[in-house]
Design a protein around this ligand. Sequence first.
Ligand code: C2E
Ligand code: CA
Ligand code: CA
Ligand code: CA
Length: 279
Amino acid sequence: AKSQQRAGHFYFSRSMGVEIRERVRMMHALRTAFGQNQLFVVYQPQIDLATRRPMGAEALLRWQTPDGKFISPDRFIPIAEYSGLIIDLGAWVMRTACQELVDLRKAGHLDFMMSINVSQVQFRHPHFLETLRKALEETGAPPEYVELEITESMAMEEPDMLIKMLGQIKQTGVSIAIDDFGTGFSSLSYLQRLQIDRLKIDRAFVTEITGSARGSSIAEMVIQLGRNLGLAVIAEGVEDERQAQILQALGCPLAQGFLFARPMTATALNGWLNNDTLE
Ligand code: C2E
Ligand code: CA
Ligand code: CA
Ligand code: CA
């Protein structure tokens, strides 16, 4: 039994070594990739469920390696956070998305919102506000058309710090959405104290919506909560028409998902929006 334990221990630490080595390898690769412009931003339209018209887009980061492979942000964002690279990377995404917003406005899309994901590592950084202000100023992006998405898990930590930060962010004129809403446990009284503008229903609850009668209960609750608190609500990960119809019937005004459009490059978004306007 003793030798088995030792063997087990040996195996465990070796696999951990492999994992750490893999993480370090990816960290270097990511840094190189960022320096060599292998990273780019794509945009996924957000639409009004009643009119089916595009109202804005969410900026999403992509990494394509020189051999053509895509690495998912679910894999590399945690590494960027862990290594600190997310500070520069996040600032670059913010600036790129703001510039795209300005370009879209020049092309005549004046009522279009740009949503930008913000990692908690960025958010906690002492220069976060300055980075935000600079991105707005240097691109000329109108703050009232920029939204930052923070996750619900982030909203639950350090309430006082968050409340203060959100107040300062609001002063720049940008709005704030809580992403992946429904996955955490923020209380109603806490939510009321946060200066937020929008709740984003997590895809998991949108997927459940067509299952059983109980399946739609969380989406329904979030929509109701939004109404009670005077917040906009958007559903993410809408993949089929039935989900869209149920959400609309429940009173959800906005949605995002493969049913309407996949994330696309800036060039593709321009084309997509022009086609949509011509219809
Ligand atoms: P998220 O913020 O929840 O983004 C939504 C994810 O759902 C995106 O995955 C999007 O491509 C995907 N999605 C959209 N519609 C559908 C649908 O109908 N069905 C399905 N199955 N998926 C859909 P993506 O682009 O792979 O991003 C994954 C996560 O990586 C994001 O989740 C976000 O947490 C993070 N991420 C991406 N870009 C950034 C960024 O610029 N900064 C930060 N901090 N995080 C980012
Ligand atoms: Ca998001
Ligand atoms: Ca989300
Ligand atoms: Ca999600």
